[in-house]
Structures are given as C-alpha cells and as structure tokens.
Ligand binder design. Sequence first.
Ligand code: NAD
Length: 341
Amino acid sequence: MKVRVAINGFGTIGKRVADAVARQPDMELVGVTKTRPSFEARRAREKGYPLYVAGAGDPSEFESAGLPVAGTGADLFARVDVVIDASPDKVGRTNRALYEAAGVRAIFQGGEKAEIADASFNALGNYAACRGKRFLRVVSCNTTGLARAAAVLGPAWGIDHWEATLVRRGADPAESKKGPINGILPTFQLPSHHGPDVRTIFPDLSIATTALVVPTTLMHVHVNHVRLRREPTDLPSVLEAFRASPRFHLFAPWEHADGTPQVMEYARDRGIGFNDMMENVLWESGVRLDGRNLDFFQAIHQESIVVPENVDAVRAMFDLAPDGPTSIAITDRALGLTPAR
Ligand code: NAD
C-alpha cells in the first residue's frame, strides 16, 4: 500500500517536493494547499494535483479565479498518512498543532527550529536514526550540503575539525523584494548557526561556520577547510569518494563549468525537476589535499537540494525501505539524478 502524502505550502520547496513525491512508486500525492489563488495554484490544477485551501485562505477567492478546490487543509490532513509542511519559516510551528489535531505525521523544513520534530533528518547522514519517527525536520539547504559531505568524509578518514564559510545567495529567483542587490553582507553571528545545525545530524562533529550574503539568486557556495583524522592516499582517492556517493555531482576541468552560472546552465540542459541541481556540486579543480588538510568548494542549489531528502524522510518515517542507501536509490532513480559511480 502506498503512503498517502499531502503538501502544505506549495511554494519554492513544496511544489518541487510534490512533483518528487508523485514520481515515487511507494507514495501517493493526495493533494496540495495554497493560501490564495496564484500562478502556482493554477499549475497545481494543470498538473492534476487536488488543491486545498491552506491557513486562513478563502475558498471563494479560488472559485472566482476558476480554480475549484477540494476542501480545506483540515479536510486534506484527514485523508493522508503524512503532511510535508513546506510553509514559510516559522509557520510550521503553528501548523504542528493542526497535524496533532488530525492525528497525522508531519515532516517540517529547515526554517523551523530543531525542537519542532523528534529528529532532524539527512538521508546520507542519519536515515537509520529517523526510522519510525512521528515528526521529522529536513535540515536546511546549507545544512543538508554540509551533512552530505560529512557523511562521505567521516566514515572514510574521520574528521578532526571543519571550518566552512558559506557564501549565501541573497534571494531565490522569484523573490523580487529581497536583497542585497549591491554589496556583500557578513552575518554578524560568529560562528553562524549552520555548524550547530549540522550537529543535529552528527552530534560529535567539530565544525564551525561563518556566513555572508551576496547578490546572486542561483546557488550558495561553501568554502570548506577540513582537517581529517587519517591522511588519504592521494587527491584522486578523495575525488573518488565523492564521486562514488549518491547526491554528489563532480565537474571535470574539461567541462568548463567555471562557476554557479554554468552549473545552473547544465541543470537547465539536463531538465530534472524545475531545471534543478539536487546534488552537492563539486569542481574537481576546486579540491585540494595537503596531508590531512582537505580544502574544497561545493555549490548548493538552495531551491532543490532538500527535495530528495523529503522523499527519503517519508520512507524513513514509514520504514518503507530496509536502509538509507536503498531509499536513496529508489528516490534518485525516480527523479533521474546522477547515479553514484
Ligand atoms: P515559499 O515562500 O516559497 O513557499 C511557502 C508557501 O507556503 C507559499 O506558497 C505560501 O503561500 C504558503 N503558506 C503561507 N502560509 C501558509 C500556511 N499557514 N499554511 C500553509 N502554507 C502557507 O517558501 P520556501 O522557500 O518554499 O520555504 C519553505 C520552507 O523550506 C521554509 O522552512 C524554508 O526555510 C525551507 N527551505 C527553503 C529553501 C529555499 O532556499 N527556498 C531551502 C531549503 C529549505
């Protein structure tokens, strides 16, 4: 029997997760919510996703826009096994009471505090620890990227200490009211909250992060300095470890993907999801090894990296797969992501 899934909040993350869930062999997308009619609500209808009215939304507004709705959020929650909450930052904590009232499980996003859920989730990092939980939180885009890399490096060589600088995009492409449009804004929280957030997945990891925001919408870029416990044989063995892991995509020098514009152009050429790059992106020329010291850049497509993680979180919650790697393989095959080599 398929797990019945609802998406509450059909924005940047929600619409992508809805498509991803609809493609899974063991899940059924029962419906999505919108607070008001919009082009995204219209797309939901065009895709055949039953539309429900979220929050304080007014069904008559949808009717007048020619978008018939199947009911309210409460109606939808009563028809599913799990709600994936993709509402704006901090709205999830209000929504949790609705899920409790409906007696339904829920998965929250990284804009919520870790305490909202029984556990924070990353498929490569802690799938097994999240099996059977009632409430999970998929960590943010930056935390997901760091946790995935830690899941590759930790088991292979051990991690003494990790310093990362996160160069963050100012806004998502559709956000016309956010900035900066000129300037580089340091985040005056030192270290930034991302390191502690990674520790919700790997409690013992020694990691310190700093962040700054720049005028771009495409991707974040992490500048990583990792002191490993054991010295890798050579640089190719490190590249191979990343290449052999799912959810990583490496660009060779001859591909001339010089930065995030070319990475996202590749994503448009590839056409997965909403022309997304759901994997951590590394450049082979952007990885350096000096003894136990490893430096590498990685780019994170903030709009989509958490999409496969939400799918795996559903599978962990309902114990639909024997282990994390199996779930990841099912998810990635359904989405057409770069297979591990
Ligand atoms: P968004 O603003 O693009 O989408 C949120 C959607 O929720 C909108 O359609 C909005 O109308 C709807 N909504 C508003 N109030 C609601 C309510 N009470 N109930 C249900 N839906 C409601 O936001 P987003 O970027 O998709 O972010 C969603 C979550 O994902 C946040 O926790 C965010 O931190 C997290 N996240 C975002 C990104 C990113 O870069 N966009 C990356 C990773 C995680």
